[in-house]
Design a protein around this ligand. Structure first.
Ligand code: GDG
Length: 578
């Protein structure tokens, strides 16, 4: 079967949904409007702004000309932008195809100026296809809900970093309040028409329960983008009962790995005494069933390969290579949000050990660390930034020579085209997460390796390691082992590098983000056929079909014919996280 593409998935969505509307719910929005200081040629006029960097990649910021009542104020203009996170760009074509509604926080300073009375704005702004419903949060809510409970309690808890966990009742209060607010908005959007609600991530754990209370018959599913911790860690949470109980408001709950799903099932059993069938991945609680499944997320691999193959990228590589900071015969790369879970400190310590142990590489091996500013209002993030920067200074002092230093540090947000330059140019990429749900950077590096010269070093504690078998897997707690892996990589014969990279590329070309979507919707279709499934979920498709027709579509048919891998129920422990 040819790989899944945006077009193919878009063609299938309406068939799957029949006349039910897809309502996607996430904290981050797919489009953001901001005021920009500019000198407009004529108010409301369409004179193009200079093309911003990266515009050619579909990521640029363009002037927003339609649907706004006040496009200019005191020489300011509203522009819109698209965050490029894998998730928003993958789900956008799906929403465009099925014309659903996306509910998300309006965080841009011009977001309120661009919505109608129902807080709706049609997007994409230059070719409206679906509705974005913006949710407004106060500053106190953002602090308590986003920086507080979501990122100071749930994030470190799920990543096993108990030293960073803050359980603060005020944060919890705001988390409940914001989740209830999201649920109210979603319920309003559902109205009386058939809908499928799809919630994203750990910011909205309570949303399914709140929704279930007001709309008991609604079909609700959820994807959890980070790990789910084992019971021994999860039990430290004062609200352990409320969280799992709320997530059982979902009909289908997806994780990246079977292990995370297994942990979740165990927590429902221990906290709630729910009845769990580990073989089928079904948990039953208070007369309702939730199906827990593993769907490893991926990237739009073809998009990254195209981007990295562009002439702009080739020219930029040549220019960068001419600079002393990038002129090393061997170049390593790290790309991360500056987050303590990504193991940047361990990675730098390993590089230091490598240069110390193998002095012949001093002056021959350089490393580019791209660190994207992230959650800078949280103490743990400031601490890790200080550690990373102190370590880089130390390494550069120790091993710098002849006007160059081994570590080149960029603390900034780059455009995807610039990321593609680094991905393609690097001889080795180091993904050293201490724990990571999946890690999309590992997959993007593979997709952008046009010449197949580079090697991926990947932490065995990143979800990506379960799929990327031809990477060099390392333990980020083992500094000596990482230093040795780096040496092995740099000395690996070219043929072996190409062979390994080709295998990785074949894998991600097939297991791309669109296959992830197809697998999730195929599983929903499969559940609708389950005799034990409650009628509510079944009616999503069945209600709208011709009598006798079945909710079959291509993925399901091919999987049943043994051509595809059906998504496995969560029942075995295959991943060695601890
Ligand atoms: C969470 C889970 C899971 C990075 N620097 C820039 C930039 N990026 C983009 C990358 C990549 C994304 O950010 C990072 O994704 P990761 O998966 O590596 O990590 P998290 O942000 O922690 O994501 C993770 C993911 O959710 C999806 O489920 O894989 O395990 O932790 O796409 O390209 N993008 C731009 N400029 C940068 O400088 N534009």
């Amino acid at each position: 079967m040819p790989p899944w593409t945006a077009t193919r998935i878009a063609e299938h969505m309406p068939r799957f949904l029949c006349d039910a509307r897809l309502i996607l719910v996430s904290n981050r929005a797919p489009y953001i409007h901001r005021w920009h200081r500019s000198a407009p040629s004529a108010p409301g006029g369409g004179a193009p702004l200079p093309t911003p960097r990266g515009d050619a990649d579909g990521w640029g910021v363009r002037r927003f000309l339609s649907q706004i009542s006040r496009p200019f104020q005191n020489g300011n203009a509203i522009r819109w932008s698209r965050p490029t996170g894998g998730l928003t760009s993958a789900l956008d074509p799906v929403m465009q195809a099925c014309h659903g509604t996306w509910v998300a926080w309006g965080s841009g300073n011009a977001d309120r100026d661009t919505v109608d009375a129902q807080n709706h704005v049609r997007v994409p702004p230059d070719n409206p296809q679906y509705t974005l419903r913006r949710v407004w949060l106060s500053e106190a809510q953002v602090r308590g809900f986003y920086y507080g409970f979501a990122n100071s309690a749930l994030w470190p808890l799920c990543h096993l970093h108990l030293e960073h966990v803050v359980f603060n009742p005020r944060h919890w209060h705001y988390y409940q309040e914001v989740n209830a607010h999201f649920a109210r908005v979603v319920a309003e959007e559902c109205g009386n028409t058939p809908a499928l609600v799809w919630i994203q991530d750990y910011h909205l754990a309570l949303c399914p329960a709140y929704l279930r209370r007001c709309l008991p018959a609604l079909a609700v599913m959820h994807f959890w983008h980070i790990p789910w911790p084992p019971w021994e860690v999860y039990r430290t949470c004062p609200w352990r009962r409320e969280l799992v109980e709320a997530l059982l408001g979902n009909d289908l709950l997806g994780f990246h790995l079977e292990q995370y799903g297994h942990n979740f099932l165990q927590c429902t059993e221990r906290v709630l005494g729910a009845s769990v069938d580990y073989d089928t991945g079904v948990v039953e609680y208070q007369g309702r069933k939730t199906w827990v499944r593993a769907f490893p997320i991926s990237i739009d691999a073809a998009w990254w390969t195209r981007l990295a193959s562009g002439r702009h990228v080739t020219r930029r590589i040549a220019r960068l290579r001419a600079q002393p900071d990038h002129a090393f015969p061997l170049l390593g790369l790290g790309v991360d949000r500056l987050d303590y879970t990504k193991g940047i400190v361990s990675r730098l310590v390993a590089i230091e050990r490598f240069l110390e142990k193998y002095p012949e590489y001093q002056g021959r091996f350089g490393f580019v660390q791209i660190a994207v500013p992230s959650r800078t209002q949280i103490r743990g993030y400031c601490q890790v930034k200080a550690q990373v920067e102190a370590l880089i200074e130390r390494i550069n002092k120790r091993f710098g020579m002849a006007g160059t230093t081994p570590i080149h540090y960029r603390y900034e947000h780059l455009e995807p085209a610039e990321l593609a330059v680094y991905y393609r140019m690097a001889d080795v990429a180091m993904v050293t997460s201490l724990y990571d749900g999946m890690n999309l950077v590992a997959k993007e590096f593979v997709a952008a390796q046009v010449e197949r010269r580079g090697v991926l070093i990947c932490s065995e504690f990143a979800g990506a390691a379960e799929e990327l078998h031809s990477a060099l897997l390392i333990n980020p707690y083992d500094v000596e082992g990482m230093a040795e892996a780096l040496k092995r990589t740099l000395e690996m014969p070219a043929a072996e590098k190409t062979r390994r990279m080709a295998r990785l590329q074949t894998h991600i070309a097939e297991h791309n983000i669109y296959k992830w979507l197809a697998d999730i919707f195929a599983e929903l279709a499969r559940l609708q056929k389950e005799p034990r499934v409650r009628p509510v979920l079944r009616q999503l498709g069945a209600r709208h079909l011709e009598p006798g027709a079945e909710v079959y579509w291509e993925v399901l048919e091919s999987q049943e014919a043994g051509m595809g891998r059906p998504s496995a129920p969560v029942h075995t422990i295959t991943h060695g996280h601890h």
